[in-house]
Design a protein around this ligand. Structure first.
Ligand code: NAD
Length: 324
């Protein structure tokens, strides 16, 4: 029986908790909240789980096989470092942090103490992404454009640049990661961000609400990822368009649409990528074989580097090169 700990008692802890509770040979044993009371309330939903308000106490009291970290971007650091110190594999939700400071510390500790890690870039587990990659292998890709256009999530940490890192780091990171996974490494970024409306409508908004980032890829491909969180609830447009010598591929939240030489077809996602992500991680924890984990901490660090480079570029007004 794999004994699992969950850190965080919010929305995404719930999503992972539900999946874990349907899996054979897996028990959620411990939950960490910002207070013991919040942790107890969350843990109550799961048969064998106990709530904790202190991470060290949780790790001292339970013999955990793996821990899920589902906290906002600003709250990373000590959690990962403690787990590496104790040799406990972890799945951490994206993004790795608000910037590169904590991820660099984590990487440096991981290099000294290798450990199974997984990062929640779930797009990689979608079957439409598998089709997308196959199509791209047989074509010459020219450009990729797209973006994450939506409304502002209501949790308070999201609207604060210091606690979320802003939309590009927090949300559009999924598309940065998909771009890297499907079209290779990014060499340079140039970003323009702006604030049009949300800071006038809501209190304490310090994140930009519009932005566009041009990315030069190592292969010579040029990409552009834009984002806004200005839209009213109910309106959203999320996805990427790939333009190649074979035609157009459009991927959105649940399917891949192809137009190859004018012939149109659709691949609808059929499997739950979050389930596959969880299965791959727990398989690695059980067997030591992490070949099914499609995003580990090292790879996710590269995605974080690109997103943070965009922040730096928007601040300085200059293109920023990525160290490859
Ligand atoms: N992969 C995905 O598709 C996906 C989807 C949604 C959210 N996420 C990511 O999951 C993370 C959490 O998002 P959420 O929607 O669950 O947010 P949320 O605000 O609903 O929950 C965050 C939880 O973390 C807790 N927390 C904060 N600091 C903590 C600490 N030091 N120790 C313990 N608990 C702490 C908060 O009390 C809260 O319960 C974010 O990074 C987000 O980007 C990923």
């Amino acid at each position: 029986m794999l004994k699992i700990g969950i850190v965080g008692t919010g929305w995404f802890s719930g999503v992972h908790g539900k999946i874990l509770s349907t899996m054979e040979g897996v028990q959620i044993k411990a939950v960490l909240g910002t207070t013991k009371q919040k942790a107890d309330e969350f843990a109550y939903e799961f048969d064998h789980a106990k709530g904790y308000g202190n991470f060290v106490e949780m790790l001292d009291c339970e013999k955990l096989d793996a821990v899920y970290i589902c906290v906002p971007p600003f709250a990373h650091g000590e959690l990962e470092l403690q787990l590496i110190e104790r040799g406990i594999p972890f799945l951490v939700e994206k993004p790795l942090s608000v910037d590169l400071e904590v991820p660099k510390q984590v990487i440096s500790k991981l290099q000294r103490n290798p450990l199974i890690t997984s990062v929640g870039y779930h797009f990689r587990y979608r079957d439409s992404v598998k089709f997308l990659k196959n199509e791209l292998e047989n074509s010459t890709l020219g450009m990729v454009t797209g973006g994450w256009m939506g409304s502002m999530p209501t949790v308070s940490w999201w609207r604060n640049q210091e606690t979320s890192g802003g939309q590009f780091v927090e949300q559009t990171t999924h598309l940065v990661d998909l771009l890297r996974y499907s079209a290779g490494e990014v060499e340079e970024v140039y970003a323009v961000f702006g604030s049009r409306s949300l800071h006038k409508t809501y209190d304490f908004v310090t994140v930009p609400d519009i932005g566009t980032v041009t990315l030069k890829m190592k292969s010579g491909v040029i990409a552009n990822l834009s984002n806004t969180c200005i839209l009213p609830d109910g309106d959203s447009k999320v996805g990427l368009d790939y333009y190649s010598d074979k035609g157009i591929l459009h991927i959105n939240h649940d399917r891949l649409e192809k137009s190859i030489g004018g012939l149109k077809s659709v691949h609808q996602d059929t499997v739950d990528p979050y389930l596959l992500e969880n299965e791959a991680f727990l398989h690695a924890v059980r067997t030591g074989d992490s070949s099914r984990v499609l995003s580990n901490y090292y790879d996710a660090f590269r995605t974080q580097e690109v997103a943070v480079a965009a922040l730096k570029s928007a601040e300085s007004g200059e293109p920023v090169k990525i160290n490859l």
